[in-house]
Ligand binder design. Structure first.
Ligand code: NAD
Length: 328
């Protein structure tokens, strides 16, 4: 099959080419998918997209008229897809439900440890010959309480890791997971989790219910000076409320791998540009805020698994008209 791959980076080519092994013709497009770039998929029978590609009604309408029958996400989350429009146009959707939950959970842990022990600041200090410890004081994870919001694949991996550190783990989920209960995680209402946790880490998907789940009112319920980690999706956190909370000291640390308006920033080199997003720029001024550019998934293991499942979705669609992991 001919497949148009949007938002292509060099690493996408490397892993997708290896997985496709010449069985499909992949047309790599650097542009992000928007209503203006959808036409670049002309000639393809399927389209492969990433997290900030805009799979909306207009794009899906164009795909239908181009004869495209399948959109595959090389991601787990599909909040960027208009599911009703895809159904109306008869376009099948595939995703990669579980490629490596450990990749994301381990990145969340990297943010926690870096913020706690000020690794990001120590790195810069030592390179400057500054060996003073003032300002680098951390806290033991052992014995602390970690609150996990969303205990699916990633949240459960996170629960296992934090239990290993000797943390007490609380969780909140609309569908509690027996695997978590088995390892000693206690399910509590969100307000209780927020009030009792030293670290709150978000692992639920972005849905209308979770949009700004953590806003000023939710932060007000958290322990004063607690740490908040978001490796899930940017809009789950009200960033302006988080900035105010960092300024007041209500939040003691903030670790983000995702950001509400990341679509205009992430995955590209903007180092020669003037970044006009004042909220984002304000985040970068705080010593107790650490931002990474949506890289939690980015391990050799996860990229290999994402590419393999993406090609398996395409193979299954070519064979029987349905991707292996259908979103419906
Ligand atoms: P999953 O579907 O296995 O688990 C999600 C869990 O969230 C489920 O248990 C679900 O019941 C729960 N949930 C849904 N709505 C909720 C709500 N309102 N309150 C509390 N819990 C709720 O998904 P996963 O594989 O663990 O991934 C979780 C999210 O992580 C994805 O949706 C995606 O947005 C994000 N993600 C980020 C990266 C990254 O690189 N930063 C990579 C992969 C996934």
């Amino acid at each position: 099959m001919d497949i148009a791959v949007f938002s292509t980076q060099s690493y996408d080519r490397r892993f997708l080419d290896a997985a496709a092994a010449g069985h499909h013709t992949l047309h790599y497009i650097e542009a992000r998918l928007t209503p203006d770039t959808a036409v670049l998929a002309r000639g393809a029978k399927a389209v492969c997209v990433f997290v900030n590609d805009q799979v909306d009604e207009s794009v899906l309408g164009q795909f239908k008229s181009l004869g495209i029958g399948l959109v595959v996400l090389r991601a787990a989350g599909y909040n960027n897809v208009d599911l009703a429009a895809a159904k109306a146009q008869g376009i099948a959707l595939g995703r990669v439900p579980a490629y490596s939950p450990e990749a994301v959970a381990e990145h969340a842990v990297a943010l926690i440890l870096s913020l706690d022990r000020n690794i990001h600041r120590a790195y810069a200090r030592v390179r400057e010959g500054n060996f003073a410890l003032e300002g680098l004081l951390g806290f033991n994870l052992h014995g602390r309480t970690v609150g996990i919001v969303g205990t699916g694949r990633i949240g459960t991996s996170m629960a296992r890791i934090m239990t290993g550190f000797g943390c007490k783990v609380l969780a909140h989920d609309i569908q509690p997971n027996p695997l978590c209960a088995e390892i000693g995680v206690s399910y509590v209402p969100l307000a209780q989790l927020l009030g009792a946790s030293d670290i709150v880490t978000l692992h639920c998907p972005l849905t209308p219910q979770t949009q700004h789940l953590i806003d000023a009112a939710a932060i007000a319920k958290m322990k004063h000076g607690a740490m908040l980690i978001n490796t899930s999706r940017g809009p789950i956190l009200d960033t302006k409320a988080a900035v105010s909370a960092i300024k007041s000291g209500a939040l003691g640390h903030l670790g983000l791998d995702v950001y509400e308006a990341e679509g205009a920033l992430f995955f590209d080199d903007k180092s020669d540009d003037v970044i006009r997003d004042d909220v984002f720029e304000r985040l970068l001024t705080f010593p107790n805020v650490l931002v990474t550019g949506h890289q939690a998934f980015f391990t050799e293991d996860a990229m290999t698994a994402i590419a393999a499942t993406t090609i398996a979705n395409i193979d299954a669609f070519a064979k029987n008209g349905k991707p292996m992991h259908e979103v419906s």
